[in-house]
Design a protein around this ligand. Sequence first.
Ligand code: PMP
Length: 297
Amino acid sequence: MAIVPFDDRDGWIWYDGRLVPWREAKTHVLTHGLHYASSIFEGQRLYGGRVYRLAEHTERLFESARIMGMKIPYTEEEINHACNEVAKAQGLDNAYMRPVVFRGSEMMSVAAPNSKIHVAIAVWPWPSYFSPEEKRKGIRLTVSEWRRPAPDTAPTKAKAAGLYMICTISKHAAEDQGFADALMYDYRGFVAEATGANVFFVKDGALHTPIPDCFLDGITRKSIIALARARQIPVFERHIEPAEMAGFSECFLTGTAAEVTPVSQVGPYHFSPGQLTEAMTEDYAKDVRATVMIDAT
Ligand code: PMP
């Protein structure tokens, strides 16, 4: 399949308050966000023409910006409106949407308090993060050599571009070795998350998932916990030692892009995607559509 570069597509991108032709949504090479990672973003999906949990994503966008000391020059309502506007302009009902906020070119040094804060929102079709074939069998993960940093080492609560350095390195290394992704441990050695998704395990009919105290508390993660509890499935949020993986029967990833993705292997540990992974996949698929119906009435 030919790769269509992201800067050479048709349509519109919302950029600093207005829709601009896709190819004209540019920024200069001397941009603070590019040099010093003063950039935060969101990833959200449209299902049936509505952004699933848009308010939560926009709230997290503003919280990430606040943590980074960046004042977004719009209100949350304006950003929500802009998200819907760009989806409509692009004529997409089922798609992935990426709001990004970054410091501009006014100042080029570590401190850049007077830089303009830019906001862009793009949307494009992205059916599945992992291939349907990979998803059916369960994806294979290796273990990353990189660890999620401590909360006093990096702004771990922000969805900040800088935190993805180790994710890209880890995922490249995993793919080079024939794995779909990498599982990352945290600075203490506990199981943390994959490079762009949270992780759940199954043991004796219950779900176990790490406490998000040094990595992103995914919006999908929170949906899955609520959906599981609605089914009376016990959910334990706790620190998980890597060796415990030997005793887990199922494993799956959750994320806006990954949705619910079964995992068949993490390094030396093997899992069989089963009943609970299937139940959560189905419940999540219903939930993303149900939100549409509730919103539409
Ligand atoms: N962790 C990381 C590092 C991510 O990039 C993502 C995707 N945003 C997640 C977890 C899952 O978050 P969410 O469910 O909000 O998409």
